[in-house]
Design a protein around this ligand. Sequence first.
Ligand code: DC
Length: 218
Amino acid sequence: MVVAIDGPAGSGKSTIAELLAERLKLDGGRRFIYINSGNLYRAITLACQRRGVDVLDKDGVVRVARSVRLECGGGAVFLDGVDVSALLHGDGIDSAVSQLSSNVPVRHIVNALIKEMAVQRDVVVEGRDMTTVVFPDAEVRFYLDASEDARARRRFEQGTSSLGIEEIRLSIAERDIMDKNKPEGSLRVADGVTYIDTSYLTINEVYDKLEEIIRLKG
Ligand code: DC
């Protein structure tokens, strides 16, 4: 079974997807694996920074994306066998990743990798184009949304940014514009998805809503 979740930065989708993969069991005790597609773009951004490749150098970025080994497991991301999860959410990656993820050949590499990870497995997968491009036929598809203010507050409270809340809000707004205007894989609400505004909901409230729908469909 594929549970696909899309939404903008800070909509709560990573937390929810990880919780679902941790807690949800299907018939026969089958467990979900969790795939955070944004972290794959972030790990490629990190690899580019380490190799001195500018994210605007389209061919250079594609070469890096082709040459790295990316794996996901237990909520962590491994770049060439090393867990880099803790390095993926700083301001340096935040400011470059959107640009990198608009590189179409890189998107194809990431999408192929995700599809390969999902073969014959139960997965919760989240990002910007999981419900539209990568798994348009997933059994369950959600779009999680939240206001800009709510998303900026959540990011600020995570404590991984050195920016003030207003600067975070501006960077989120800029990222939204890029994410919604990509040549391929733009963030949009697909026909037939379940849309949930999480601005005034707790994580547990969102979790309960999604779990109920997954159980009904699954
Ligand atoms: O979900 P996130 O904020 O960690 O994603 C990082 C960046 O990657 C963000 O700018 C959007 C982009 N992204 C994408 O274009 N497609 C995806 N499926 C996931 C993320």
